[in-house]
Design a binder for this molecule. Structure first.
Ligand SMILES: [Cu+2]
Length: 140
């Protein structure tokens, strides 16, 4: 995330439903999602052959999910807690599944190995966001 987008985010988070959110957790998630989207897009593009069909499609799905989730995080004005939670859950699941599938090809494809790592990072960042959001929810 650039300094400028970070600054914009801080300006807009003040009077939003998610005020009190740990901004560093969200920043990490935005960055991990962006890196995951890029890695998955490149990984899918590099995958050839029937044996990689599954991984190729999963990478394309993960890139789309990560991109959508990332852009939702850049719209504090429309943030809705339950929707954000569901989106992070979906992205986490998709990225974790993609990491597993890409790891099957890590021996023959450096792209797949790196993509799996980016997917793992993204799924962990999603989990941290979910933990942070749960921590903000009313307890009683
Ligand atoms: Cu991949």
């Amino acid at each position: 995330m650039t300094n400028m987008t970070m600054q914009m985010m801080e300006m807009h988070m003040k009077d939003m439903p998610m005020q009190g959110m740990d901004m560093s957790v969200m920043q990490d998630c935005i960055e991990a999602a962006s890196a995951c989207e890029q890695a998955c897009t490149m990984c899918a593009d590099s995958m050839m052959g029937d044996d990689m069909a599954m991984a190729r499609s999963m990478c394309a799905n993960t890139a789309d999910m990560a991109n959508t989730m990332m852009r939702a995080m850049l719209r504090p004005g429309g943030m809705h807690m339950d929707s954000m939670m569901a989106m992070h859950m979906a992205s986490m699941t998709t990225a974790a599944a993609c990491a597993e599938e890409c790891m099957k090809h890590a021996g023959t494809s450096e792209d797949a190995r790196m993509c799996a790592e980016a997917c793992r990072q993204c799924s962990m960042a999603c989990q941290k966001m979910m933990d942070a959001m749960k921590g903000m929810m009313p307890t009683s």
